[in-house]
Design a protein around this ligand. Sequence first.
Ligand code: IPE
Ligand code: IPE
Ligand code: MG
Length: 265
Amino acid sequence: MTHCLQSVVEYMAFQQFSLIPAHVAVIMDGNGRWAQKKNRPRVFGHRNGARRVRELVEAAGESHVKYLTLYAFSEENWNRPQDEVNALFKLLSQYLKSEIDHLHRNNVRLRGIGDRTKIPKSCLTLLEQGESKTVLNDGLQLTLALSYSARSDMVSALKHIAQKVRSGEIDEGDICESMIANELSTRELPNPDLLIRTSGEQRLSNFLLWELSYSELYFTEKHWPDFCRKDFDLALASYARRDRRFGTVAKNELSTSPELVQGST
Ligand code: IPE
Ligand code: IPE
Ligand code: MG
């Protein structure tokens, strides 16, 4: 293959690749309604929802998504009936127990974000074991948001920055966007390119509020326990059709509009 042809092929591969979001965040919603429709208790929905997670992790890896962040339990979810909270953490522990080796074998790195002081000890131990076992894995970067609140995360970040200003370590004028981003629990992750929320609700529910500033949003009516590989592919296909302008003008307008490129009037 000639050098020129090779670079065209590489360029096309790159174009192809940039249509795939590097980071997908998912609000896995609708377990309760799914169960209700079947006249079953909410926990039946949670159990079936938990079963879907392995499929999603595999689908993300196979689609070359590099980061997958899953909203598993919010700070506000502590206000649910105690029985439901207990059942959810039991399922989370079961998930971690049964999946850590599988994740590790597949080169997945596991992280947790959220308020660890509130997570039941048995579940937290499993999470920490999973994190240390997979710490060197450089495949899919899987993050579970547990007892997570974006606002609390921002409050902690701001308190830490305020301390640094008070101690004289930094100057107030040094505070910038990247400094704030580096104080958030997501500091090791790029911002999500795509947010998927299942079950019809069109809200963020206190998830990654800073990080989602410029993400593409995708909402589907499917309840989480029904969300399968095909649905994930549909979300990726929708993303691939989006024109992410980040406040500027469309890429095709930039290249075809000499006025814009040359800045002439
Ligand atoms: C998502 O399903 C699971 C968690 C929030 C833990 P829900 O339990 O919120 O289900 P719906 O929204 O009530 O149907
Ligand atoms: C968001 O779902 C939290 C998770 C999916 C873990 P919720 O069901 O708790 O959110 P709201 O109550 O509809 O906003
Ligand atoms: Mg819900």
